[in-house]
Design a protein. Sequence first.
Length: 320
Amino acid sequence: MWTTPARLRAKGIIGMNRRNIRYIGRYNRRRLFPLVDDKLKTKLLAQEYGITTPALIGTVTTQFGIKQLGATLSGHSGFVIKPAKGSGGKGILVVERFEDGRYIKPSGVQLTLADVERHVSNILSGLYSLGGSPDVALVEALINFDESFAEYTYEGVPDIRVIVFQGYPVMAMMRLSTAASDGKANLHQGAVGVGIDIASGTAIRGVQFDRTRHDHPDTGHELASLRITDWGTLLRLAAGCFEMTGLGYLGTDMVLDRDHGPMLLELNARPGLAIQMANGEGLRSRLDLVERQPEGVAAEERVAFAQHHFARSSELRETA
């Protein structure tokens, strides 16, 4: 269905130009971008601030270092290899287990060590990095995601995106991987985006390929019952990323590990706008309200403010 710019403005939908000029340009100092554009720097910074991230198994920084990859992976049944400067989920390789000399992806595809080495070589050459610059490959421990989400995802780990503005969590969604997205939590590739109520951590709306959904396309499980456990802790971690980075307009990506609880995956200084579609609501009114708040408010108070003012009832429950 088509609409008009006037109708989008009336619903408070912000576009890329307004996001870039009004919010990113005004509240994100460019010198701070490397803190979030480089996942290794983000991980080290998070450790300083006591924010849990997936365990780092090792890094590969040179083509010569690839020769040691087999030894680095030895003893690790599952792992994730990702480019430090990648974006949009590009270049991420997930290996679920090692069996009979083969590295097996969640889809069942089997890789040899030579295949994995070739992938790392591509990462180092900048194939997946922002601007094609030379990169570093991170090898991280596999996330044991909370089993309560097993029926809501397909061959991948669901993650939670929270937009944080001036330290206030203003909008959230969960991204559920599908067969269409090849097991990746990427909306542009076909993952399901589920709008999440800031007050309660429950699902309020689902979309895939810009169309509403009430169930997962592969598992058939309805979305109305989706609820994120330990939601308050997750929001406080997201809010704390404002002090950690100094960035005023920020996307935080988190997962729920069954052993460690909420964990920070990465940060984004230029978060996408599809979260508005998942929530069926524009960001503008929420951002306007936050701009009117005083500075120096503690993280817990900012979270409480957001939960009070940005509460939403579920569209899914009304139609489920």
